[in-house]
Design a protein around this ligand. Structure first.
Ligand code: AMP
Length: 219
């Protein structure tokens, strides 16, 4: 059921572990739009051993941001691809003010975004979500050892793939990622609030409840 406008150009904002990726995947499966996750794109580059992947890996493993010029170029190329012409969700981008400004320039203004949705979750909850998160190495499905366990530990319920812990979901990197979020990404809330496109969702609830509310917000 296509309840979301096919012209949607959305940004999902929120701290690591807020559920942006889980919800973006679900929306993109229900509605025809491109799910553009800069984190997933970078992990693919790392796995492929490309030059970009090699540059990005040390930043990612340390919980730091990959430099703006690299990310901005990557996203600009991606949103020009044919599958992203009509509608997309940006998940994990922008994460800094220069990235938000570059996005505005590419789209000729923040008003060109149809939705900027902030996934609000208290920091104490985020740490538990990130440390228990497991990702399927085959289909990318996201699970959690306690909140959303698979039937067989370590094995994806959807495709039987092996579940892995992301290297940046280990305790050393989690603290750094949350600090980077606070200092570099959270100022984007005021940026989009001032431009009157920011909507907030209480994402400290079950994925199903958040999903239902998200679809209402995006209608
Ligand atoms: P994510 O999967 O969104 O949590 O991203 C994983 C990692 O990829 C981040 O911790 C950063 O190192 C890098 N990354 C993803 N998106 C961006 C971005 N927009 N700007 C800079 N670095 C990013």
């Amino acid at each position: 059921m296509a309840v979301v406008s096919l012209q949607a150009r959305c940004v999902f904002l929120g701290a690591p572990g807020a559920g942006k990726g889980t919800q973006a995947k679900r929306v993109a499966e229900a509605v025809r739009l491109a799910h553009i996750s800069t984190g997933d794109m970078l992990r693919e580059e790392v796995a492929a051993g490309s030059e970009l992947g090699r540059q990005a890996k040390s930043f990612m493993d340390g919980g730091k941001l990959v430099p703006d010029d690299v990310i901005i170029r990557m996203v600009q190329d991606r949103i020009r691809k044919p599958d992203a012409r009509a509608a997309w969700i940006l998940d994990g981008f922008p994460r800094t003010l220069p990235q938000a400004e570059a996005l505005d320039r590419s789209l000729s203004g923040a008003a060109a975004l149809t939705h900027v949705i902030y996934f609000a979750v208290p920091e104490a909850v985020l740490v538990g979500r990130l440390s228990g998160r497991r990702t399927c190495s085959k289909c990318g499905a996201i699970w959690h050892v306690e909140n959303q366990p698979t039937k067989k530990p370590g094995v994806c319920d959807r495709c039987g793939g092996e579940l892995l812990q992301r290297s940046d979901d280990r305790p050393e990197a989690i603290g750094k990622r949350l600090e980077v979020y606070r200092s570099q990404t959270s100022p984007l809330l005021a940026y989009y609030r001032d431009r009157k496109v920011l909507r907030e969702i209480d994402a400290n609830r079950s994925p199903d409840v958040v999903y239902k509310e998200l679809l209402k917000l995006m209608q």
